[in-house]
Design a protein around this ligand. Sequence first.
Ligand code: PHE
Length: 342
Amino acid sequence: MEKFLASLRELEEAGQAAIRSATAPEDLEQARIEFLGRKAQLTRLLRSVGELPQDQRRSAGAEANRVKKQLLELAEARAAELTAVAGAPVADIDPTLPGRVRWRGARHPCTLVTDEICGIFKELGFSRARGPEAETTWYNFTALNTSLDHPAADEQDTFYLGDDTLLRTHTSPVQARVMERSQPPVRIVVPGFVFRRDPFDASHAPAFEQIEGLAVDEGISFVDFKASISYFVHRFFGPDAAIRFRPSFFPFTEPSAEVDVSCAICAGAGCSTCKGTGWLEIMGAGMVDPAVFENVGYDPERYTGFAFGMGVGRIAMLRYQIPDIRLLYDGDIRFLQQFEDA
Ligand code: PHE
């Protein structure tokens, strides 16, 4: 009997402590199982009352039941306290802390630059046109005077969707599409994605945006070509930008040129952005090759024109001093957020 009562006392104290110290409903449940559950010591003690001498059974049983009842009540009271705390307003909210800023979205730097460039050409009478990203070899190459065995048409450099269809490698096929369905004068700018089997590194991306330009009419000369490009460069890069037309080759323009702008970062002195040359290449361009006019049914004796194509990403990188082209395609909100007010 002495031993029985001593164990009971011990259990009572330990049980009370466990129930009172429970700070979460799970802790409380744990304590309830430990001290009042089917396998609890108290339960076993209650069952062992029958093994005590006859005359002690009644008082031992009563005492054990009292402890059990008391622990049950205590657990119930504690459970009520815990729910009250959870339901009540939490005292340690600090209402003076600034709230979380909501992501409002921003236009992508390529979109900003595309709109600005198309806006400048709009001043010269160019309207926007679009064409498909999945293109036929005819429009992507053949109509543009590029035979399929020309290095530029090398299967290695492109993503083919079938024998005769591919993801366009430039926006130039839209030149042919627009000329086929309309008569001169034509003045269009064509923004859009193009695809090449290029590495994805700091200055290349296998999918990137271009803006194509095309002007066709009677009497368009090389002077008009240079004047229009110069107008654009000065409007976009500022009146101090120097321009250089470097002879080049494209199958669909003749003569062809690569257009360079003086590096604004080093003012032409030579830096890492311009690879020490003081110049940055911004577009390929030239006078439309008569063969292209023939392919789309224009009279090459009557019409002349110029065309150009530029990489929007490169120009956005220059405008916003973005060091790595991959930043344009990562979709990182922290990067894009910087253009919220641009
Ligand atoms: N399509 C050429 C390219 O992607 C650029 C270009 C366009 C050159 C129009 C001349 C005329 O490299």
